[in-house]
Design a protein around this ligand. Structure first.
Ligand code: 5GP
Length: 195
């Protein structure tokens, strides 16, 4: 059984800074877990299979999808990404919280089944900032960056479905905001309060 109050969904457009935020949270708090997603995307330099993602082929991904193994899945910028239920079951339990870094389509799909999960939207201060952050990622081709930007603008409209929205203009402040939200949930669970 997956304890949904122990799930913390961090979502928002690519380039909003979700990854830097969750990585620092994981480094700071030993009781935090990370839901490693399955993806059909190729590994980037430095990424490790089973740590950053479970890098799977399209056939394997499709098999998981047909088996109902995913709590949610979505096609993001031409690749498939999905959260395995087995991953959530393995990474929740007494004393821990599990972070999911998923796109806004995935967050919309997981919401009905896990309504009590904590949902945090991270957004850039404005579209111009988002564009310059995406351009700064040298790993992506110009076509991929353009696609990501167009998707990001649409994704900003999903903000209203989240419990909290954090604007990442300054990384330290955004980090501290997300940190406080997560600490509040952890404290409530530790004290046996309903959230
Ligand atoms: P990247 O390819 O840059 O690692 O991630 C691209 C996007 O896919 C990010 O917005 C990330 O949050 C999202 N993503 C990563 N894993 C999942 C997942 O399991 N499900 C969904 N729906 N999105 C994911």
């Amino acid at each position: 059984m997956i304890e949904q109050r122990r799930l913390c969904i961090i979502s928002g457009p690519s380039g909003a800074g979700k990854t830097s935020i969750y990585k620092r949270l994981l480094a700071e708090f030993p009781w935090l877990r990370y839901s490693v997603s399955a993806t059909t995307r190729q590994a980037r330099p430095g990424e490790e299979d089973g740590v950053d993602y479970h890098f799977v082929g399209r056939d394997r991904f499709e098999q998981h999808r047909k088996n109902g193994d995913f709590a949610e899945y979505a096609e993001v910028h031409g690749n498939w990404y999905g959260t395995l239920r087995s991953e959530l079951a393995a990474k929740t339990g007494a004393g821990v919280l599990c972070i999911l870094d998923i796109d806004v389509q995935g967050a919309a799909r997981i919401r009905p089944e896990y309504p009590d999960a904590l949902k945090i939207f991270v957004k850039p201060p404005d579209v111009a900032t988002l564009e310059s952050r995406l351009l700064g990622r040298s790993t992506e081709s110009p076509e991929v960056r353009a696609l990501r930007l167009a998707n990001a603008v649409r994704e900003l409209e999903e903000e209203k479905f989240f419990d909290y929205s954090v604007t990442n203009s300054d990384f330290e402040s955004a980090y501290n905001e997300v940190r406080s939200i997560i600490l509040e949930r952890k404290g409530a669970l530790d004290n046996g309060h309903s959230v």
